[in-house]
Each structure stands twice: as C-alpha cells, then as structure tokens.
Design a protein. Structure first.
Length: 471
C-alpha cells in the first residue's frame, strides 16, 4: 500500500485546519445537502466532504458512507490535496498501482472510481476535498466536472463563514468580559421607580447623545424599533415576574435612521422577601452577527433551491422535458401503491412512434429530435393535469393515469393518437401505435402494468400501426 506523500506546506496546512475548529463537529444540513447534491449531479452512490488531518481523514458530510473517518494512509483525498489546483480523478482504482491494494478498494466500500476537488483556503492550504465515489469504473462528463468545482467553491465559502463565525464568537466573548470587568455598556432598571441608568458606551449603542438620556424606561423604549417594542416590554415583564434571564436581541433606531441590532443580558436583584427590585445587565452590538446569520440563511435557501432544481433535472428527459426512466419508475411505484391502498384503477399507455428509424435516417437526427419534441408537446396538450408523461428512451413514451376506467383510458389514448396523426409535420406524417393497460387495486400490485401496455402496443403495430389496442 502506497500512502500519499505529505504536501510541502503540511505544517501550515495542519495549523490552519486546527484553527478552523471544524474537525469532530456535529453534522450540519448545509454540508450534508452539498454532499447529496454532488452525488446526484455526478450519479455516484457516495460523496463526502473530507478534512485531511495528520493521521486520518474525517468526514464533515457523507452520503452513502457509514464511517465517520478513515486512516490517512488509505485516503484517496490525501493524494488529491497534493494537486490543489485541479480535480484529482482515479477512473479505475483496481488497475491503478497506487490504490489497487488499498483495503477500501479490495474490501468495503469497494472503491473503483474517485474524483475529488481540493478545498483550498486563501492562504493556499488544501484542507480537504469534496469528492464523489463509485463502485464501478467511470468517467465524469465535463459538465459534471464543472458542477463539482462549483460545489467545492461553496464548501470553501462555508469554511470561511465558519471561521468568521468562530472568530466573531471569540471576539464577542472577549468584549463581554471587558464590559463586565470595566462596567462598560451596563444598564440598571429600578423596578419600583421605573428609572433606568446607563453607563459606559450605552449611549452610543442606543443612539443617545452624551448626557441626553433622561433616565426613564420609556426613553429607552423610544429608541427600540416599533416592531420590537412589545417584545422588549414582554421580556422585561418576564424578567420581573418569572426571573427569566434568557438573552434577547432587538433593533434600535439611532440618529439618522440607522438601525442596529442589540443583544441584552440581564440579572435580577431581590429584596429580603424575594421580590425583584432592580434588573441589571449588559448589552452589545450584534448587528454583524445578525447580518452573518441572514447571509447564511439566504445561502442555505439558495443551496436548497439548487438541490431541488438538480433533483428535478435528474427526473427529467433533457430533450422533451417529460419524465425520464428514473422519474417514470418513481411515479409508477407511487401510483400503484395509491391504487392498492384506495382500491382504485391505474392505467398505462405505451406509445411508440411508427417508423421512427426510417424518419431519422431520411431526415437526420436533428429532425428526429424535433419530431420527438412535437410528440411530447402533443402529450402535454392531451393529458389531464394529474396525469404523468415520460420518455424512458428512444422513440418510446409512457403516460400514467390514475383513477380512470378502461373506457376513459382508451378515449385518451385515441385522442393522443389522433393528435399526433393530425399534427403539422415538416417532412412527412408521423403516427404512433399505442397500447393500453388498466389494473385495479391489488391487481395493480401483482400485475406488470407497463409489460401489459407494451404487449398491447406491439399488437397495435402488428395490426397495421397508427392505432390503439388493449389486451
């Protein structure tokens, strides 16, 4: 077994990895989503976001893998970080002398294909990779390489956000310690007199000029944003009545209309009878932290939208925009299960374009693609909103119908057949043969709906094509 060599900047790389404070943290959905998205885009069963430590590689996110970490000595990613400016690709690990005897090649998870994009920081240190893994040899398409690069940049941005957040939290803690020891940014509220006293830079934080604060709770509330004022009043009441010391965050409006976020903490002072007489606390400006949270929330939403789009693309035929084989399989399973549960009928139409090879040979593949797109458009016009149309391959189309009887399914099939036949075709008329199968309840579970529809379609072809048949 040949472990990877160490990068020339290994000392600096490990120091920055330790400073990042990301190793051995809890799973986070935003990282898990990227790993899953990489798997979907590259059509591989496994994907990870990996950090390469001194003696191990640890998975910040993983899809299709159960281990949390593996030894660095058998790490593909340890090789990938040696070339930080390019994707590291192993097309068949069994035939590659560097990896052929690795335990994760000869045994579980039986790695054959690996592609990893190094996650490189601004300092030039490759801390780990975003990688995809398959159990069979393969080659990624150029667009899949590009999308893997895009996702790796998003991981790098998340690493940077994590670093900034950790730095901000440390700075905030130091600031709070300084304020506490120096009585800076401190406030005190006298519950009995409703008087408030501010000390230190509180005036600056709330937007009062020096000496302007009149010393009442109402004057403090006058600086609180209209939408947050009731929350602050309720929070104070809970602190008095329930000894609630949960920190709160609210907006204040400073001079010139500037809006800032304030974080307030509090403690109660009690008299001999246990009644709250004063509330004291600290405040700090948390505007930057709130903005960072909003940026992260926006990024997570965008990433989720991207994942949703690519999930839809994985179920869609790129030529016609109809469902593809994977989408058809999912729809078939769902509709059959529904039919069994509710004892309803489910129908399938198997549609095959007549003499399509001859059409392709005569007029070229571009004309053939246009014809398939026109057939798909005809299907969209004919089917109901709740129906599902797919092109599983070639000149074959399938339509799935729920809660429909044989008469209704045959009528729709005839409407589709007529629509295709009567359409305006640029070269010569195009027709289709259609087979119909309808099953109800448990019969849908036991019978092969598509097989029956295919058999009926072949009968339509045998009877002369351009017609609808059922068994």
């Amino acid at each position: 077994m040949r472990p990877a060599a160490l990068p020339s900047n290994e000392t600096d790389r490990l120091a920055e990895l330790d400073e990042l404070r990301l190793l051995d943290t809890l799973p986070e959905a935003v990282y898990d989503d990227i790993a899953r998205l990489a798997s979907v885009i590259c059509e591989t069963p496994m994907a990870t976001i990996t950090l390469v430590d001194a003696d191990r590689q640890w998975f910040k996110a993983k899809h299709g893998i159960t281990d949390d970490e593996t030894p660095r000595s058998m790490s593909f990613c340890a090789h990938a970080i040696l070339t930080p400016d390019e994707i590291f690709e192993v097309r068949d690990a069994q035939s590659d002398p560097r990896f052929a005897d690795y335990p994760n090649v000869t045994g579980d998870p039986h790695i054959r294909y690996y592609a990893g994009v190094p996650i490189v920081t601004d300092a030039g240190n490759a801390l780990g990779t975003l990688c995809v893994i398959d159990q069979k040899p393969r080659i990624l398409a150029p667009w899949q390489h590009d999308m893997l690069d895009v996702l790796a940049r998003q991981v790098r941005a998340l690493f940077e956000l994590h670093r900034q957040r950790a730095t901000a939290e440390r700075d905030r803690y130091r600031l709070e310690l300084a304020l506490d020891s120096a009585r800076m940014g401190m406030w005190e509220h006298n519950v009995r007199t409703n008087r408030a006293e501010l000390m230190g830079n509180y005036e600056k934080l709330l937007g009062f000029s020096i000496g302007e604060f009149p010393g009442t709770f109402e004057s403090f509330l006058s600086r609180v944003h209209d939408d947050d004022r009731q929350m602050v009043m309720t929070k104070l009441q809970r602190a008095i009545e329930l000894n609630d010391n949960t920190p709160s965050e609210f907006r204040v409006v400073r001079f010139g209309g500037e809006i800032a976020w304030i974080r307030a903490t509090s403690r109660q002072i009690l008299d001999d009878f246990g009644n709250v007489t004063h509330i004291i606390g600290l405040i700090s400006d948390c505007t930057e932290q709130r903005m960072e949270q909003e940026r992260l929330a926006t990024y997570q939403t965008e990433l989720l939208d991207m994942a949703t789009r690519y999930e839809q693309l994985s179920l869609t035929d790129p030529l016609t925009g109809l469902g593809n084989r994977r989408g058809l399989d999912e729809q078939m399973a769902s509709r059959v299960a529904h039919a069994v549960r509710h004892h309803e009928a489910v129908a399938a139409l198997a549609i095959d374009v007549d003499h399509f090879k001859s059409y392709n040979d005569s007029f070229g593949h571009a004309a053939g693609d246009t014809a398939l797109e026109q057939v798909a458009a005809c299907l969209r016009e004919c089917i109901r909103g709740e129906d599902y149309a797919a092109r599983p391959g070639g000149e074959e189309f399938v339509v799935l119908l729920s809660d429909v009887d044989a008469e209704g399914a045959l009528a729709l099939a005839e409407r589709i057949r007529h629509g295709i036949e009567s359409a305006a075709w640029p070269h010569r008329a195009v027709t289709a043969s259609i087979g119909v199968s309808v099953l109800t309840g448990t019969a849908a579970e036991d019978g092969d709906l598509l097989t029956l529809a295919d058999q009926a379609m072949y009968r339509a072809k045998a009877d002369g094509r351009n017609r609808v048949r059922t068994l």
